[in-house]
Design a protein around this ligand. Structure first.
Ligand code: ADP
Length: 533
């Protein structure tokens, strides 16, 4: 059936292809609102330290167990366009600040749910969206006013923040040890700028291997390469390593086109092989001349070249990823050399020790004890693949919050304290607004309280009682009072060391408001037909 879009003088005007569907007005809105609320509902029970985990099974039967919002939503295959938008904001928050991926979806869901109540009372979505935007700005202002400035690279503060971000994950028991590792890694590669610090988290290589326990997770002042030493005759351990990084092949290049060489006698054959041998040896001689005792090569390495390197007691690794080459360069201070003729002692990097070690069934090369590494490695261990996977996600989140605070050194409490405080300030402010905007601001305040509410609910506390007590304590001036989900009571979060970057809280409010506004403004969904027909 084609869709009739209007009529001109009694003749129907068709503008959509056959098979396309259109939902308009209230129906479209209701549909989107329901989808968005459902997504929020899925992740809501996994918010906070007492949040439940989700077991996700993909089409191949692989199982992921996590309570990380972004991961849950990435794994479930959502169809509905509004639901997809919710998934997008979770991803965007992950990219932007790395944490708060569950909170942002829960908050967006609450904003939409509260807006629905107003829509049912005939408040136009545009008014709600405007009111929400103003409220978001106001809420961020309030958060800035209560945030505590910290010295950018203060390790103890950073560790508190990293610990809070990790406590909510599977690895909560070991969060303390991991937080220290993450913070040491982050502060050692952060660069000082005129205005503070800058941290590129790509400078921290995260390797994982199932086996051992999380307590065996280590920080390596250098790089771990998941490659083995290329030749059995080479040394497996080199102290005071002088490292050459080469991004061309240690092979005789094959021609692009098929070439035939006519060899008519054994002598010619011998000459041909000798020439090849001589070329490869001269390559290796250049490396030896530079003084290198370790070679890390991005490309292939001919057997003969390997033989000569082994004879010279040089440890070599081949086919290393380009990204690892640049990490090696930042860790050891070596320059990546393309043409062997250019290789000099100045281009070599250094490390106290380069050693091949067995990691479970694999052999990996550890480059460690670099002097001032601008790139380091965190090697995650844990009882099973699932544990190391979840630990890796936690480490990523913790690295991101460390980055957030290094770059914007201000923190607020966790446990729903800042959200509850901002809600009460918004209510005061709402009374200064006119009619319908006031309604929107009040709903925004209610939506913010979904964070402490859900934390309480997930901890098995009575949500309404908790919220009432929280409001009353906060109104007496204790801004850092929040939901102590671990002990199921209301408490001063700063004493519990539950703190979070201001940047994360700001991003959560901004992204959630943006997503809610986008979904609320839609009053027409036009879906083209799958068959194209
Ligand atoms: P997200 O993906 O949004 O970071 P989490 O499941 O990690 O979601 O939960 C984060 C929320 O849990 C934050 O509001 C944070 O303040 C809170 N939180 C973390 N640790 C605690 C704790 N020990 N007690 C109470 N709340 C906590």
């Amino acid at each position: 059936m084609s869709i009739q879009q209007g009529s001109a003088g009694g003749v129907p005007v068709l503008i959509l292809k056959e098979g396309a569907s259109q939902t308009k007005g209230r129906d479209a809105q209701k549909n989107n609102i329901t989808a968005a609320k459902l997504i929020a509902e899925i992740v809501r029970s996994s918010l906070g330290p007492r949040g439940m985990d989700k077991m996700l099974v993909d089409t191949l039967g692989d199982v992921t167990i996590t309570n990380d919002g972004a991961t849950i939503l990435k794994e479930i295959d959502v169809q509905h366009p509004a639901a997809k938008m919710m998934v997008e904001i979770s991803k965007a928050t992950d990219n932007e600040v790395g944490d708060g991926t569950t909170s942002v979806v829960v908050l967006a869901g609450a904003l939409i749910e509260k807006a629905e109540e107003l829509i049912n009372k005939d408040v136009h979505p545009t008014i709600i969206v405007d009111g929400y935007r103003k409220s978001a700005t106001k809420a961020i202002e309030v958060l800035n006013s209560i945030a505590q400035k910290i010295e950018g690279n203060e390790k103890a503060e950073l560790a508190r923040i990293a610990r809070t971000s990790m406590q909510t994950k599977l690895v909560s028991k070991e969060a303390g040890d991991l937080a220290d590792i993450v913070v040491t890694a982050a502060t050692s590669v952060a660069e000082k700028t005129d205005t503070g610090y800058r941290l590129d988290i790509d400078d921290i290589k995260v390797e994982k291997k199932a086996g051992g326990s999380i307590r065996d997770t280590r920080l390596i002042k250098g790089i771990v390469l998941d490659k083995e030493v290329v030749h059995g005759g080479m040394p497996k351990r080199i102290e005071n390593a002088k490292i050459a990084l080469i991004n061309s092949a240690l092979e005789i290049e094959k021609t692009e086109f098929d070439a035939k060489i006519n060899i008519n006698s054994p002598d010619q054959m011998k000459m041909f092989l000798e020439e090849e041998n001589r070329m490869l040896k001269s390559m290796v001689d250049k490396i030896i001349a530079s003084g290198a005792n370790v070679v890390v090569c991005q490309k292939g390495m001919d057997d003969i070249a390997q033989h000569y390197l082994a004879k010279a007691n040089i440890l070599a690794v081949r086919r290393v990823k380009e990204s690892d080459m640049s990490k090696m360069s930042r860790a050891t201070g070596a320059r990546v050399v393309n043409n062997l003729d250019d290789l000099t002692a100045k281009d070599l990097g250094s490390a106290e020790l380069v050693e091949e070690r067995k990691v479970e069934t694999d052999k990996w090369v550890f480059v460690e004890g670099c002097k001032h590494p601008k790139s380091v490695t965190i090697l995650i261990r844990g009882g099973s693949q699932r544990v190391v996977d979840e630990a890796e996600r936690s480490v990523h989140d913790a690295l991101m919050v460390s980055k957030d605070v290094l770059e914007k050194p201000a923190i607020v409490a966790g446990g729903g304290a800042p959200e509850a405080y901002a809600a009460s300030k918004l209510r005061e402010w709402a009374s200064t607004l006119s009619g319908r905007e006031q309604l929107a601001a009040e709903k925004f305040a209610e939506a913010l309280e979904v964070i402490p509410l859900s934390l309480a609910e997930n901890a098995g506390m009575d949500p309404i009682d908790t919220l009432t007590e929280l409001r009353s304590k906060q109104s007496k001036g204790s801004k850092w009072t929040g939901v102590d989900a671990r002990n199921a009571k209301i408490a001063d979060m700063s004493k519990l060391d539950v703190v979070e970057p201001l940047a994360v809280k700001e991003q959560i409010i901004k992204s959630a408001t943006e997503a809610a506004s986008m979904i609320l403004r839609i009053d027409d969904v036009i879906a083209s037909s799958k068959s194209g027909g």
